[in-house]
Design a protein around this ligand. Structure first.
Ligand code: HEM
Length: 413
């Protein structure tokens, strides 16, 4: 697809072609209209590396886009109480908070979600990946959906394990997570997504509340117990904050990492030279994961609301306006990444923005890297001759995230 500068007034990242492959449109925006006003989405789109980097570090680009929405749409008579309650849980997420509330939550969670806790998950991730791949080999006859059969159950089980959710409740836990996806990633246009999301949120928080109470009575060696006991000389997380943060971790840890494992495998399938290189040099796996994050990472955009008027490249972003900062575009900016559309697992420089940057830098980055660096090579090792089928790949039609709905593939059983 080529995009001419004159088409850009109507640029639509949710158009069918851009959902399948957003990069030509992002490249055109980066070059011709790097701070783009979209009348369709009543939002700004910022696409150059330097601008995305600076905005992610600039507190005038506020992360609290939930409170204004709740106040405008969910207060007063006629507002759906269930949807409001679901948004109140989202309002407790650190990713939607500005300072000083963000700093407090992040400091306390960092005491529970530690590098040691992540490293401690290594054998569990290996075990879950092997079990899933054994199941695929035993039952599939050579056809596999690498999202539904592998990446998705893998990441769901890992975060559930880490939190301390009993195995028997995993399926249910996954369903709730699916239901709240629409609240967070906003399919745009699907009217039922708020109601479905609110129902899922109510059931998930009720479940977590019970689980937190059980852990309060009887602590275990898991993340829920670590969150309950995370404290410093000043304060600790409240019961509701542990629940809300539990939902955040389940959600943040699951969908995004699924997408990274999917697009990492896809990039290697589509670049056989790089796949062979990784096969011969397994030590390059760290570079391969970093390159997958840069080349086709899960964070298509990160949303902000202007807390103040800001001038950027001759445009005025006014207080209250919505802005989408695009890591996917920044990561293909040729002024930072030479030959940006090439997939090269030996790239020297990273600096990719797939985990964001600044105060909201992804807290789960070490866990995501661990999962991807185990899951991707194991999939190739256990599913020989892994290749695409004739079925077209279907991508989630959402602005914020980039990921496949299904990843049909074949291997030689
Ligand atoms: C490949 C997988 C992942 C990607 C691409 C990703 C991406 C991101 C991005 C872009 C942000 C910044 C959002 C912003 O600035 O508004 C973020 C924040 C966050 N992520 Fe991730 N993430 C991934 C996996 C995970 C995992 C596995 C967890 C935990 C289990 C996690 C937990 C978080 C949390 C708690 C925040 C909020 C941090 C804060 O506000 O201080 N993420 N992530």
């Amino acid at each position: 697809m080529t995009v001419s500068p004159t088409d850009l007034a109507h640029a639509d990242l949710l158009g069918a072609e851009a959902v399948a492959d957003p990069y030509p449109l992002l490249a055109a925006l980066r070059e011709h209209d790097p701070v783009h006003w979209s009348a369709r989405y009543r939002s700004w789109f910022v696409t150059r590396y330097d601008d995305v980097l600076a905005a992610l570090r600039d507190e005038r680009f506020s992360s609290d886009r939930i409170t204004p929405y709740r106040r405008a749409k969910l207060e007063g008579p006629g507002a759906d109480a269930g949807v409001r309650a679901a948004f109140e849980v989202l309002e407790g997420w650190m990713v939607f908070k500005d300072q000083p509330d963000h700093k407090r939550l992040r400091r306390l969670l960092s005491r529970a979600f530690t590098p040691r806790a992540v490293t401690g998950m290594t054998s569990s991730v290996e075990e879950i990946a092997s079990e899933l791949l054994d199941g695929i080999v035993a039952t599939s006859g050579g056809d596999v959906d690498l999202i539904g059969d592998f990446a998705y159950p893998l990441t769901a089980s890992v975060i559930a394990d880490m939190l301390g959710v009993p195995r028997a409740d995993r399926e249910q836990f996954k369903d709730w997570s699916d239901q709240i996806t629409g609240l967070v990633f906003g399919g745009m246009g699907d009217a039922s997504r708020h109601e479905v999301g609110a129902r899922g949120m109510a059931e998930l928080t009720a479940y977590l509340s019970e689980l937190v109470r059980a852990h309060e009575r009887e602590p275990a060696d898991d993340l829920i117990s670590a969150m309950i006991s995370a404290r410093d000389d000043r304060d600790a997380l409240s019961h509701d904050e542990v629940i809300s943060t539990g939902v955040l971790l389940l959600f943040a840890g699951h969908e995004t990492t699924t997408n990274l494992i999917g697009s990492g495998i896809l990039a290697l399938v589509q670049h056989p030279g790089q796949r062979a290189l990784l096969g011969d040099h397994p030590e390059l796996v760290g570079g391969a994961v970093e390159e997958a994050l840069r080349f086709d990472g899960p964070a298509k955009t990160v949303a902000r609301v202007m807390g103040d008027d800001v001038e950027l490249r001759g445009r005025t972003l006014r207080r209250g306006e919505r802005v989408f900062l695009s890591p996917s575009s920044a990561n293909r900016d040729p002024s930072v990444f030479p030959d940006p559309d090439a997939f090269d697992i030996t790239r020297e420089k990273s600096g990719q923005l797939g985990f964001g940057i600044g105060m909201h830098y992804c807290l789960g980055a070490p866990l995501a890297r661990l999962e991807a660096s185990i899951a991707i090579p194991r999939a190739f090792a256990r599913l020989p001759g892994l290749r695409l089928t004739d079925e077209p790949l279907e991508w989630h039609p959402v602005l914020l995230s980039r990921g496949m709905q299904r990843f049909p593939a074949q291997f030689t059983p």
